[in-house]
Ligand binder design. Structure first.
Ligand SMILES: Cc1ncc(COP(=O)(O)O)c(C=O)c1O
Length: 485
């Protein structure tokens, strides 16, 4: 196991100094003449005293403990951890963007408004929607915004009975959470034996209380819904709407559009599909697009264009109002826009082609050793079931830890819920064949280790900074700051 380094507090030695200030060029005064006495410390501040090089080494060492796409393969399913070209960061940091203030008058931010406007045109083209809001700051936020728009639509038609949202059993956890937050009842629809939403069960569940069907396509199993247009017809015929969770759009860009499949509302996770940094709770962006009949309910303002002038359009009397301060996470939108412009339509299509190819290639390698249910051509991700390995003594979570020992970020574990001991694997478009081969080899080695000594695998990891943690305690009772003994 990598030895945990001493804390700064343990390393500090009295009198050591990590800074030097220029000499004072104004008359010096005692501090109690400058500040009221009651505000002065009575005891010195307890901070460790260290040299500059000690501090630098400490933080540099800490930074290497973080695992990101910039350090290694990161096949975290349902998350699209693709490489973020660094030029995006440079563009977003241009002073004209980075030094702008959201309260600046409209005529001084014409370039930013133009970028928003153009971005909307691109997203419309990519998805087949009529208008987009950029306000939501994540996928889950987009889901809530989209459902509020759907709610406003039904309400405006005096259709007050629609209190249910249908979601498949494979849905990402944010979907049922959002449905509940929006005040709806969740109705779960089972999958059939090909991994599709069970059409017969859907038909049974749909009625005049259905507000919407909320769906990710391809699903979290990485499978494209084979009956999607028929599903859309069933829901629409009953007066319901279709909500598209676009977190998996990386699988279909340039091949299929949610608008053409029959969806009325979509959110996109541009912090996944369009390459802007994702994870660690950092800023995201989940633009929401709608078909024409839902445009009046979108959050205000939208960005309009008259001649050469771009403006904030507040003229939407039925709007659900604002869902974000100012206009959304502009920095993320800049990066996504830059990525789209660099890739072009053909480049985005190629990204999806590569994501699907990588997923099918890796699945074909892992199939030699592991059980992969719903075995048909998949899109961007696939789910391994480690149920047989679990029976031998080491399951999905243990395999994930063993991958950490081999320098790989593990796939998503124990999700989707319909697969026992799930390892949901999304290699995405930016990985080479050599990386996929190395990962498959690691998985094969782990399977052999389980055959030989499952107990040992189940007690790992052995080469990380900390070993096996009590994960529940780590979440419920994290100790995040130093306390003096
Ligand atoms: C299928 C799916 N839907 C929704 C979300 C929620 O997106 P966000 O994390 O941006 O809130 C995710 C996130 O991983 C997802 O995979």
């Amino acid at each position: 196991m990598r030895k945990a380094k001493a804390l700064l507090f343990e390393m500090g030695r009295s009198g050591r100094q990590g800074y030097s200030l220029p000499s004072c060029d104004v008359p010096e005064k005692p501090v109690d003449e400058l500040l009221p006495k009651k505000m002065l410390r009575t005891e010195p501040l307890e901070i460790p005293e260290l040299s500059e090089v000690e501090v630098i080494r400490h933080y540099t060492e800490l930074s290497t403990r973080n695992f990101g796409v910039d350090t290694g393969f990161y096949p975290l399913g349902s998350c699209t951890m693709k490489y973020n070209p660094k030029v995006n960061e440079e563009v977003a940091a241009l002073p004209g963007f980075a030094c702008m203030h959201p309260c600046q008058p409209e005529h001084t931010v014409q370039g930013a408004l133009e970028l928003y406007y153009n971005m909307e045109q691109h997203l419309k083209e990519l998805t087949g929607m009529e208008r987009f809001t950029m306000q939501p700051s994540a996928g889950a936020h987009g889901e809530l915004t989209g459902l509020m728009v759907i709610q406003a639509y039904h309400r405006n038609r005096d259709d007050h009975k629609r209190n249910k949202v249908l979601i498949p059993v494979t849905a990402h956890g944010t979907n049922p959470a959002t449905v509940t937050m929006a005040g709806y009842e969740v109705v779960q629809i089972p999958s059939d034996d090909r991994g599709n939403v069970d059409l017969a069960a859907l038909k049974e569940a749909v009625d005049d209380t259905t507000s919407a069907l909320m769906l990710t396509n391809p699903s979290t199993l990485g499978l494209f819904e084979e009956e999607i247009t028929e599903m859309a017809r069933v829901v629409h015929d009953a007066g319901g709407l279709l909500y598209y969770d676009g977190a998996n759009l990386n699988a279909i860009m340039g091949y299929a559009r949610p608008g053409d499949m029959g969806f009325d509302v979509v959110h996109l996770n541009i912090h996944k599909t369009l390459s802007t940094p994702h994870g660690g709770g950092g800023p995201g962006s989940g633009p929401v697009g709608v078909k024409e009949r839902l445009v009046p309910y979108l959050p205000v303002p939208l960005v309009g264009k008259k001649g050469d002038h771009f403006y904030f359009d507040y003229d939407l009397p039925e709007s659900i109002g604002k869902v974000h301060s100012f206009y959304g996470n502009f920095g993320v939108v800049i990066k996504a826009y830059n990525y789209m412009r660099m890739m072009g339509a053909e480049g985005l299509k190629q990204a999806s082609t590569d994501a699907v190819l990588n997923s099918n290639y890796l699945a074909s390698l892992l199939k030699k050793t592991y059980y992969i249910p719903y075995d048909r051509i998949r899109k961007h991700e696939f789910v391994v079931s480690a149920k047989p390995e679990k029976k031998k003594g080491a399951g999905a979570g243990d395999i994930a830890k063993a991958l950490l020992d081999r320098g790989f970020h593990p796939p998503t574990v124990y999700f989707p819920l319909i697969v026992d001991e799930a390892l949901m694997t999304e290699p995405n478009d930016t990985e080479s064949k050599e990386t996929l081969d190395a990962y498959a080899q690691a998985m094969e080695d782990i399977a052999k280790d389980i055959d030989q000594d499952a107990e040992k695998v189940a007690a790992g990891p052995y080469h990380t900074v900390v070993g096996r943690l009590d994960e529940v305690r780590a979440v419920r009772n994290p100790i995040l700051r130093w306390e003096k003994k």
